[in-house]
Design a protein around this ligand. Sequence first.
Ligand SMILES: NC(=O)c1ccc[n+]([C@@H]2O[C@H](COP(=O)([O-])OP(=O)(O)OC[C@H]3O[C@@H](n4cnc5c(N)ncnc54)[C@H](OP(=O)(O)O)[C@@H]3O)[C@@H](O)[C@H]2O)c1
Length: 332
Amino acid sequence: VKMKEVRVVIVGFGVIGRGVLQTLREKQGFIRGKHGVNIKVSAICEIDGSVISNEGLDLDKVLDKPLNKNKFWTDKKTRDVIINTQSDIVVELTPGNIKTGEPGLSHILTAISAKKHVATSNKAPFAVAYKRIMDSARKNKVSVRFEATVGGAIPIMNLMDECLSVNKVESAYGILNGTTNYVLSQMSDEGVELDSAVKEAQQLGYAEPDPSYDIDGVDSAAKVVILANALLGMDVSYEDMKVTGIREITPEAIDLAKKHGFTVKLVGDVLRLEVSPRLVSVDHPLNVSGSLNALMLNTDVAGDVTIVGRGAGSRETSSSIIADIVTISKEL
Ligand SMILES: NC(=O)c1ccc[n+]([C@@H]2O[C@H](COP(=O)([O-])OP(=O)(O)OC[C@H]3O[C@@H](n4cnc5c(N)ncnc54)[C@H](OP(=O)(O)O)[C@@H]3O)[C@@H](O)[C@H]2O)c1
């Protein structure tokens, strides 16, 4: 088999950026053997500069010391690198503002206009401007893949594209935020108050120092927007969502639910564009514990399909991002 060489630019070198390169280093041989694709990293962009090498960067050197100590370090900024570095795919891994979608939205639109394909874990640009991004991709004849934006490692978009491709999704319900699911599980199992469960989640590294994006349902809602567009063919953005978080949930309420055979979960209802705490029967497939995520798809031919897995984590999320890179590479 002829080996296909593919060059990627990584934008954002934080938890996920490093995770992607660590998994790539580990799996490069496997990907070459199984898919006939040789993935080379031609640049990595941070906020204040980038490392660039058209021959492909040495991943050991990039991972083992600060980026600005690498011999290929330059002060070239992201936009310049996206447009001017020889590459096939831009991998966008920056944090996103849910109101503006930036800086990822500009990075993605710039990449598309420069005829680069895109793979990303950044949900904000899609929660703000899904249709704009996809229309631009169609016009410029490039692929934009975003499996990792919803449910981390869990295959959702790719599952619908491939295995469930003859199905229409009629509705979908998801547990789409690991932090809130962990907090609710702890409140239920240990009878603790919300605040102390949140503190524990922070100590374990599940929750951010400011956990309000999770606790108030914002993160889940951004994911519901993406699913509504991608799976149900809607044309909606974050503003269309009705969102209630879990701040008002007490251990007493959970206890009462338990006595009647229910548990309380923060559920994203994709058809109704709603995120809210709901009673879920203890034997329902969406009753997943700890920080797990789950999505139930109600489809017209296959019936109900529920997928469960890790919704976050750098290694787990890199699984989806690299799968998207491989899929795009095979189409080139
Ligand atoms: N962590 C997870 O488990 C997970 C799971 C699924 C999806 N995601 C999504 O993946 C994305 C990355 O998450 P993360 O956890 O890796 O965040 P992170 O650790 O904060 O890393 C983001 C990196 O992007 C850099 N950056 C910001 N603006 C930039 C710009 N204009 N040009 C180049 N680099 C820029 C940041 O630099 P500075 O440090 O200098 O600001 C930082 O190094 C986010 O959108 C997140 O929502 C994360």
